[in-house]
Write a new protein. Structure first.
Length: 365
């Protein structure tokens, strides 16, 4: 064997020896912790420590002997914990503890350690989730019947997460969203109604309740209302959501108009009583309240409000506001569409536009 191969061989032996020593040290630490847990009557935690010691060093006889000695007792006690948690209706915690039993039993099987009464973890899990689903289903039906929509939905969703496809839970969930949405419609909470119907439509089989059709009807109505009032971006997003739910539910011509409206820039020219034109991007003498309304608009066309006044003006009409600084007049005009080939879809006609250039004159005086 030449010197190079010998050096490589010795280096490999050194690595193996180092790893072996580290694992042996880790096994001893786990063994010591196991003994402390066992003295404190924390039997299952002791079994877990002994199992980790045996994983680190499969030849560790003391760990094997200790684990074999307490395995049955540890599993029996942990199973008792699982049952108590189920009685306390803590289903999730019960399932977590049950998985710990399964993990310990897997370690025992890997090291060839037999136990007298192994637990069928899958059967136990099925029983726990079935009983929880039965309890929650009755409670959810009661909440639905009383019109407590949020509680009913939360409980139906809990059943689905524990036991997917249990009875007609999905249908009941969609029906609850439908009923809640209809109540929102009666109370004129149209945006909330659209959200409820859309959520119901996303449930497998939910379309049987008609939630998808209802969602599209409300979304398109909201879109048209928004476009009429100048909230173009919001209207365009509502149209897009309707099309996502039901393709081709919105005529292509309407979608083009909404897109054009939503992608149009805005030019604001502020004129004081002295007729001094202020650059729309440096109008710092506007009151903070009015500036915030401009910056926080839903779209380019939302009517602005003066302090303590009702909304004035539309996309077509300039608006006047009485502010502490005096009379301020805002001339709101549309800039050219970013997509010039669609100028024919301008909501106020092609003459109602301003160019983006500061040298261009306003379309309306």
């Amino acid at each position: 064997m030449d010197d190079t191969r010998l050096r490589r061989y010795l280096a490999l032996l050194l690595v193996i020896l180092s790893v072996t020593l580290l694992l042996a040290a880790e096994a001893k630490v786990e063994m010591q912790e196991g003994r402390q847990h066992e003295k404190a009557d924390r039997v299952f935690r002791a079994a877990q420590s002994y199992a980790r010691a045996l994983d680190a060093d499969p030849q560790y006889k003391d760990a094997r002997k200790a684990l074999s000695r307490i395995a049955d007792e540890a599993i029996a006690k942990k199973l008792g914990d699982v049952k108590r948690l189920e009685e306390l209706l803590e289903t999730r915690n019960a399932l977590v503890e049950l998985q710990k039993i399964g993990s310990l039993q897997s370690t025992l099987a890997k090291h060839g350690i037999e136990i007298e009464q192994p637990v069928d973890v899958k059967a136990q899990e099925d029983g726990i989730t079935l009983r929880a689903a039965q309890r929650t289903y009755e409670s959810a039906l009661a909440a639905k019947g009383e019109g407590r929509w949020g509680a009913a939905i939360a409980q139906f969703q809990e059943i689905e997460s524990l036991r997917p496809g249990y009875l007609d839970t999905r249908d009941k969930l969609a029906e609850t969203y439908m009923a809640w949405g209809l109540e929102d419609l009666e109370q004129r909470r149209y945006r909330a109604a659209a959200d409820r119907f859309a959520q119901g439509a996303g449930i497998p089989g939910g379309e049987r309740t008609g939630t998808r059709k209802k969602a599209v009807a409300v979304l398109t109505a909201l879109a048209r209302y928004g476009l009429e009032k100048g909230a173009c971006r919001r209207g365009f997003l509502d149209y897009k959501e309707a099309v996502r739910l039901v393709p081709e539910s919105v005529p292509s011509e309407e979608m083009k108009k909404a897109e054009c409206c939503a992608t149009t820039s805005l030019s604001i020219r502020v004129v004081t009583e002295a007729h001094v034109s202020l650059d729309p991007f440096t109008a710092r003498d506007l009151s903070k309240a009015l500036r915030d309304q401009i910056e926080g608009r839903v779209s380019e066309y939302v009517g602005l409000k003066g302090p303590g006044e009702r909304s004035k003006g539309t996309a077509e009409e300039p608006s006047a506001y009485t502010l502490p600084q005096g009379q301020v007049r805002l001339e709101r005009s549309l800039s050219g569409f970013r997509r010039g080939d669609l100028r024919d879809y301008a909501p106020n006609g092609t003459n109602g536009f301003l160019r983006a250039s500061p040298n261009d004159r306003p379309a309306r005086q």
